[in-house]
Design a protein around this ligand. Structure first.
Ligand code: SAH
Ligand code: SF4
Length: 350
């Protein structure tokens, strides 16, 4: 097999456990050594080859020559008053991404990025103003979790949401590979897929493909409009994948007995927050096992949108609830440190 080489060295973080076994063979050792390596990195969170004491010295030497752990540098950790922390990681080409650790109610949720920037240009999203720089590789996605878990060992990440920078389903192969590493129960990180949520702008073919992977992760759809007219005005992607096609793909996504699809709906004053919008949303979701998350718009410099007043948000929620749609209002974490939904934008070069 061909390993991903960076300056001719293999990056260990982001390899599937089976690829570590292949690597061990390539280095003249047994597959067992590869399994030990995966256990050290993913199960024990040990990233220093010298600390992997049960690996024979010559195997460690061969590894050190051919491979590197390959974790990005943690450039900055900013703590918010609400307990969340934003991590800015500097990638090997100088690019930067952030992830956000959000402790709440016994859970610790990590918000992960999948791309540097984003090419979908949703009108209300700061990340969207950057354009797409590049996809992250699986190593850079998995690293975000390893770094977050190392931050404070007593506060290990319990849940993951792919809601950081970028569109996860536009970086499909790396996303799926990272999820396989996160969920591998024996040699990977052992997370339940039900604790992982992939949020998408609504890429229909990729939603269908994800459904066929049997990954069992939660799906979140960034909806933000209940008609093609409203959605099309704020989300250019709606031209390629209008609501009937999107909802057909959502209805086909395989769900476990008590699992629902999440719908995110950023509340924009005067754009999508009228009673009629709520009624249309309830109609759109009829017969779908859905949970709606209303996200009051998070402001950023030079944006043209406004957050509705609280009574408007609550009235909107009430209409949905009365129609039998489970609806929560999500007050973003980390607003004071630029870590809230749609506020992630890091300078790209050093
Ligand atoms: N690209 C993916 C995932 C990242 S965005 C997606 O769009 O689903 C995570 C969520 O934050 C999305 O639902 C997005 O629409 C929302 N969001 C973007 N900008 C926002 C803002 N300024 N205020 C509130 N939510 C925002
Ligand atoms: Fe990209 Fe998601 Fe922002 Fe849209 S909301 S621009 S898809 S990150």
């Amino acid at each position: 097999m061909v390993f991903c080489r960076v300056m001719s060295r293999i990056t260990l973080v982001g390899l599937l456990p089976s690829e570590m076994e292949d690597l061990a063979i390539e280095l003249g050792a047994s597959r067992y050594r590869g399994r030990q390596l995966a256990t050290w990195i993913y199960r024990k969170g040990v990233l220093d080859l010298d600390a992997m004491t049960d690996l024979p010295r010559d195997f460690r030497a061969a590894l050190a020559e051919r491979a590197e752990v390959g974790l990005p540098e943690t450039e900055r950790v900013t703590a918010s008053l609400d307990g969340s922390q934003k991590l800015v990681l500097k990638l090997r080409d100088g690019g930067r991404v952030s992830s956000v650790v959000m402790p709440d109610d016994g859970r610790v949720t990590l918000c992960l990025s999948t791309q540097v920037g984003c090419g979908f240009g949703c009108a209300f999203c700061l990340t969207g103003t950057m354009g797409l720089d590049r996809n992250l590789d699986a190593s850079e996605i998995v690293s975000q979790l390893l770094i977050a878990n190392a931050l404070s060992p007593e506060q290990r990440v319990t849940h993951m949401v792919f809601m950081g920078m970028g569109e996860p389903l536009a970086n499909y192969a790396a996303l799926v590979k990272a999820i396989r590493i996160f969920t591998d129960p024996k040699l990977g990180l052992g997370y339940s897929p039900r604790r992982i949520t992939v949020s998408t702008v609504g890429l229909v073919p990729a939603i269908e493909k994800l459904g066929r992977e049997d990954l069992k992760v939660n799906l979140a759809i960034s909806l933000h409009g209940a008609t093609d007219e409203v959605r099309g005005r704020i989300m250019p992607v709606n031209r390629s994948f209008p609501l009937p096609a999107l909802m057909a793909a959502v209805r086909q996504y395989p769900l476990a007995p008590r699992q629902s699809v999440f719908f995110e709906y950023v509340m924009l004053a005067g754009v999508n927050d009228a009673d009629e919008d709520a009624r249309q949303l309830a109609r759109l979701l009829r017969g779908v096992r859905a949970k709606v998350n209303l996200i009051p718009f998070n402001d950023w410099d030079s944006s043209t949108f406004q957050r509705p007043e609280l009574p408007r948000i609550l009235a909107f929620q009430k209409i949905l609830m009365a129609a039998g749609v489970t609806t929560t209002v999500r007050w973003s974490k980390g607003e004071d440190i630029g870590a809230a939904c749609g506020q992630l934008r890091e300078l790209v070069s050093a």
